[in-house]
Design a protein around this ligand. Structure first.
Ligand code: TXA
Ligand code: MG
Length: 320
């Protein structure tokens, strides 16, 4: 325990030094915690894939302090994406932009575009302002498992793999960023996430949404089975969830109404989607640790962040 404790804290200087030296550092962002390395250092980036047991065909997001700083690493940003960047960055938005040659192919799995995020969390912002390289960072979980929303989640699973975790408390958004790019001149959502599609459409009009597929895993966030607890997860619509009897060997994840007399976590008693998103991954982890055979979760209404929450639940429920 002592070792684990000593590996986390708020020492930005130490985090910067470790990253400069090619080590892996857990970083807080407003979406989920990241497993960060110097994006320009191929050896450091390759450590990310090993630590997560992640296939190298699944590309990484780079994180910069500002769009200004990021221009060193990407070519011209399409107008519509500039509009989105001006409105929602820093924040839970990732843009796919043509990369410059200084971004190693390993970061993008050989794809011509790189995924770029400007996180708003003050600790990681301060870190990014201190260093003179972007950070490549996937979510800090073993490949396929639930994303971490606290420093403890990171240390529970990757303590041997990280040199340090910058502890920025609990992630406010709780869902990974929404990934957006241009395809056939259309603004396209590649991964639903912490920025609701309705918010994006209110600024630039209708967008298209890419259906996910495991036959095309090089496309963003599109691996079908993902975000999974170890226990089998079954999803029910609201009606069926309400009517299903409570069983002792099952755990329940409800949206708004608790299941009485059962092991149950409720995402938001007031039905608030932001609160539900913030709680989702932490509650799935807690239920995964219960001594039960199955987790049963209630699907949310398909609006706002409910769409991204349901997307994560559906992928978590897929068995391979
Ligand atoms: O909120 C987030 O986005 C978090 C925090 C740490 O920033 N990061 C995150 O990274 O969720 P990760 O690696 O778990 O998910 C990134 C997704 C992957 O599914 C990957 O396929 C896709 O982004 N992606 C990254 N670069 C891409 C590219 N150049 N082209 C297509 N897809 C890309
Ligand atoms: Mg991930």
């Amino acid at each position: 325990m002592a070792l684990k404790d000593s590996k986390s804290g708020t020492d930005i200087q130490l985090a910067a030094q470790l990253l400069q030296a090619g080590q892996l550092v857990g970083i807080p962002t407003e979406t989920v915690y990241g497993l960060a390395a110097n994006a320009l250092d191929i050896k450091a980036v390759s450590k990310i894939f090993t630590a997560k047991n992640r296939p190298t065909f699944d590309p990484l997001i780079i994180h910069s302090a500002s769009l200004e700083q990021a221009k060193e690493y990407v070519h011209d940003i399409p107008d519509k994406l500039v509009t989105l960047a001006n409105t929602f960055m820093p924040g839970p938005l990732t843009l796919l932009i043509e990369k410059r040659n200084n971004i190693p192919d390993l970061v993008t799995s050989g794809l011509p575009r790189v995924a770029l995020r400007i996180p708003s969390h003050p600790l990681v912002k301060a870190l990014l302002e201190k260093i003179d390289f972007p950070l490549a960072a996937p979510s800090a979980n073993p490949f396929g498992y639930i994303s971490p929303t606290s420093a403890a989640h990171v240390l529970n699973q990757l303590s041997d793999q990280v040199a340090y975790v910058l502890d920025g408390g609990i992630c406010q958004v709780g869902l990974e960023s929404t990934i957006v790019g241009i395809e056939n001149d259309e603004v396209t959502i590649y991964r639903k996430g912490g920025l609701a599609i309705e918010e994006i459409e209110s600024i630039i009009g209708p967008v298209s949404i890419k259906p996910y597929s495991s036959s095309n895993p090089a496309a963003p966030g599109m691996l079908k089975s993902h975000y999974s607890p170890r226990k089998p997860l079954r999803l029910l619509n609201s009606n069926d969830f309400e009517n299903c009897p409570v069983e002792k060997n099952k755990a329940y994840l409800s949206f708004q109404t608790p299941k009485n007399n059962g092991i149950c976590k409720t995402l938001s008693l007031t039905g608030n989607m932001e609160e539900a998103a913030q709680n989702l991954f932490a509650f799935l982890r807690l239920l995964d640790e219960e001594d039960v055979e199955e987790i049963i979760a209630e699907l949310l209404p398909e609006i706002g962040l409910g769409r991204a929450i349901n997307d994560r639940l559906r992928r978590a429920a897929i068995e391979e």
